[in-house]
Design a protein around this ligand. Structure first.
Ligand SMILES: [Zn+2]
Length: 124
C-alpha cells in the first residue's frame, strides 16, 4: 500500500489511497469507452464528483526547488470548480520563513484543514 503525507481534513472527508485512485481511474476509463466519452474528460468529471462528496485524490510529489508545503482546498464555499479538491503546492523557495504558503492563486497557513506542512527534512 502506498502512503502519502498526513493531512487533516474536515470530518467525513478523506484522501484516496493510490490503489483506490487507480481503481477509480480504471472504472472511469472502462465506462468512458462504453459510452464513447474521451477518457480525460471522464477523469475530470469523476474527480470533481468525488471532490463534491469529500473524497480526494492523493497529493502529487512536490516540485523540486520549492517549498514542499501543500494544501487541499476542501471548502466548497471558499473554493470553486477547478480549485476545490485540486492540490496546491507552495511556490516559495524551500525553507522559507513562517507558516504561510501560497500556490500563486491560493494562500494557506499550516494550521488550516487540508494543509500538509513542509517536509521537516527540508528544514535542515
Ligand atoms: Zn511554503
Amino acid at each position: 500500500m502506498t502512503t502519502h503525507p498526513t493531512v487533516t481534513l474536515p470530518e467525513g472527508m478523506r484522501v484516496m489511497t493510490h490503489e483506490q485512485m487507480r481503481a477509480v481511474h480504471d472504472a472511469v476509463r472502462d465506462a468512458a469507452r462504453r459510452v464513447s466519452v474521451w477518457g480525460y474528460k471522464a477523469d475530470e468529471i469523476s474527480y470533481d464528483a468525488l471532490a463534491a462528496a469529500g473524497v480526494f485524490v492523493p497529493p502529487p510529489a512536490p516540485e523540486p526547488g520549492t517549498c514542499t508545503a501543500q494544501f487541499l482546498p476542501t471548502n466548497a464555499r471558499e473554493h470553486g470548480p477547478g480549485t476545490l479538491g485540486v492540490w496546491q503546492a507552495c511556490v516559495i523557495e524551500p525553507r522559507h520563513e513562517g507558516s504561510q504558503h501560497t500556490s500563486g492563486t491560493v494562500g494557506w497557513h499550516d494550521s488550516n484543514p487540508g494543509a500538509v506542512p513542509a517536509n521537516p527534512a527540508d528544514k535542515e
